[in-house]
Design a protein around this ligand. Structure first.
Ligand code: NOJ
Length: 532
């Protein structure tokens, strides 16, 4: 193993949605002390960093993604001392903290916005994006909000429109104003001084909008008006690069730090273009997450991502996050977890940083809610076409006790009813559980540098159901073979399999040695071979 371990490149990052991880106070909402209590679990799992979805004070119109104070902790999650304690305790276990910074917009309850909407002459007025109505009183241009409707909200007090890319309670900041830019760069310093090691930037590619507020061109295809626009002017503006390089300079003044950006409506090329030594360390590309559970589309997403990054920028892979149905719901069959082992093996053996999402390791399924129980406002708005994001945000299933051991009070979202069987405690005991599979694979990854630093070469077999690839580094080679079919498949590999031995399999295999270059795989089998 290289001795220059770079945590964000060589390690594994685990996303926690704090509301749903562990409630230590009996409020029904997860909190920071709850996360600290569970650090041993995370350390046993084998992760290197925690990305916390927003923990700043928020009126929760968008559950934390509407911030009313960037330099404080929301009291429902605890105190600043609790946060400092979490950083210190995590550090003892070699776990870094990555914060989610939501800097495209604030809450409308942020003092900056409250001040800005007081009058046109307010000192904070230009911290947001204000425009006059067009001559007929309509919004100044055709920009739409992601969450529906026009992106412009009329402010009757001051008789101008303000711009919001998401809900109207999330007014967009004016990053073109140097005072805003400085204030936001100070936010990075504030948390870096506390010992935070990384940041996930929410929709960073929306920070800068067209200075002339030109209309977006429209197209015919797309379900909603937002999708029927070509977003030339409301995001991905060239001046963004200057902002990213300012951020990078601030962050680089601190050791071992990292910034990963959420590229909104990104393509692999776009996401890659925002990365580099002067810009962000990494960006997310969601093609992989959006792929079907099939070797060809997954391989296409991997190859396009690798090609776009061009070798010098480090890839990352995400299967689950707080905005999308979980893999267990997308790929799983009933309560069976074998396909999830295939997905886990893929994300943990690819060339790039794996991002895991709490509960993924025990195969948590999305909860299903009645319309009246939906909390996510976009779910309320678009039901039944789109049911929102509550499904993937349910409380972590710790054990078979009341409320799955998440909280002594009624949780803010219901616990999935399968928690009596599906929970972390049971899966720790069960030898072949998904949780133990993740743990074993994470240990294997840590101890086989080819899986971290090795190149990525596809091995062409002869089954469309199987994805096989090799990772080679410093004279050692590992071959990963994944059967995406639930049925057994025989594959013939184009090289002498006798040179390899089985290092890891999702089923019991005897003997451990392979002789021919053909392998009979069981349904949904994961097979990892090491070349001797
Ligand atoms: C992207 C976040 O992932 C999502 O949860 C949020 O609603 C929007 N940005 C707005 O901040």
């Amino acid at each position: 193993m290289k001795n220059d371990f770079v945590w964000w490149r060589d390690g594994v990052i685990y996303q926690i949605y704090p509301r749903s991880f562990k409630d230590s106070t009996g409020s029904g909402i997860g909190d920071l002390k709850g996360i600290t209590e569970k650090l041993d679990y995370l350390s046993d799992l084998g992760i290197d960093a925690i990305w916390l979805s927003p923990i700043n004070p928020s009126p929760d119109v968008d559950f934390g993604y509407d911030v009313s104070d960037y330099c404080a902790i929301d009291p429902k999650f605890g105190t600043m001392q609790d946060f400092e304690h979490l950083i210190a305790e995590a550090d003892k276990l070699g776990i870094r903290i990555v914060m989610d910074l939501v800097l495209n917009h604030t809450s409308d309850q942020h003092p900056w916005f409250k001040s800005a909407r007081r009058s046109r002459d307010d000192s904070c007025r230009d911290w947001y994006i204000w425009q006059d109505a067009d001559p007929s009183g309509k919004p100044p241009n055709n920009w739409h909000a992601v969450f529906g409707g026009s992106g412009w909200e009329w402010d009757s007090e001051t008789e101008q429109y303000y711009y919001h890319m998401f809900y109207k309670q999330q007014p967009d900041l004016n990053w073109r104003n140097p005072q805003v830019r400085n204030a936001l760069l100070e936010v990075f310093r504030f948390w870096l001084d506390k010992g935070v090691k990384g940041f996930r930037l929410d929709v960073f590619n929306m920070y800068i909008k067209d200075d002339l507020f030109r209309n977006n061109p429209t197209k015919l295809i797309g379900r909603r008006p937002f999708e029927r626009q070509i977003h030339l002017y409301d995001f991905d503006r060239p001046e963004l690069m200057g902002v990213l390089s300012d951020i990078r300079q601030v962050v680089d003044a601190y050791a071992d730090t990292y910034v990963v950006g959420e590229t909104f409506l990104g393509t692999p090329e776009k996401a890659a273009g925002y990365c580099g030594e002067e810009y962000l360390h990494a960006c997310f590309d969601f093609n992989f997450l959006e792929s079907k559970y099939k070797p060809q589309p997954l391989l296409k997403a991997i190859t396009e991502w690798e090609n776009a990054l061009g070798g010098s920028i480090w890839p990352n892979y995400v299967c689950n996050n707080h905005d999308n149905p979980r893999t267990a719901t997308r790929f799983g069959v009933g309560e069976d977890d074998e396909r999830l082992k295939v997905a886990a093996a893929l994300i943990l053996t690819l060339r790039g940083t794996p991002f895991l999402y709490y509960g993924e390791e025990i195969g948590m399924r999305d909860i299903r809610l009645k319309r009246s129980d939906i909390l996510d406002p976009i779910g309320k708005r678009y039901w039944p076409i789109y049911k929102g994001r509550d499904g993937c945000r349910a409380p972590m299933q710790w054990n078979a006790e009341k409320n799955a051991g998440f909280s002594s009070a009624t949780p803010w979202l219901p616990v999935h009813p399968d928690y009596l069987k599906r929970n972390a405690e049971n899966q720790t005991e069960e030898r072949y559980s998904l949780l133990n599979f993740y743990k074993q694979l994470l240990v294997f990854r840590k101890t086989h540098s080819a899986l971290i630093y090795g190149d990525f070469q596809v091995v062409s077999g002869n089954s469309p159901h199987v994805l096989a690839f090799k990772r080679s580094y410093a004279g050692s080679t590992i071959m990963v073979i994944l059967n995406f079919s639930d049925k057994p498949h025989e594959i013939i590999l184009p090289e002498q399999i006798a040179d390899y031995s089985i290092a890891f399999s999702s089923i019991e295999r005897t003997p451990k040695l392979l002789k021919e270059n053909s392998i009979g795989l069981s349904g949904s089998e994961v097979l990892v071979l090491v070349k001797h």
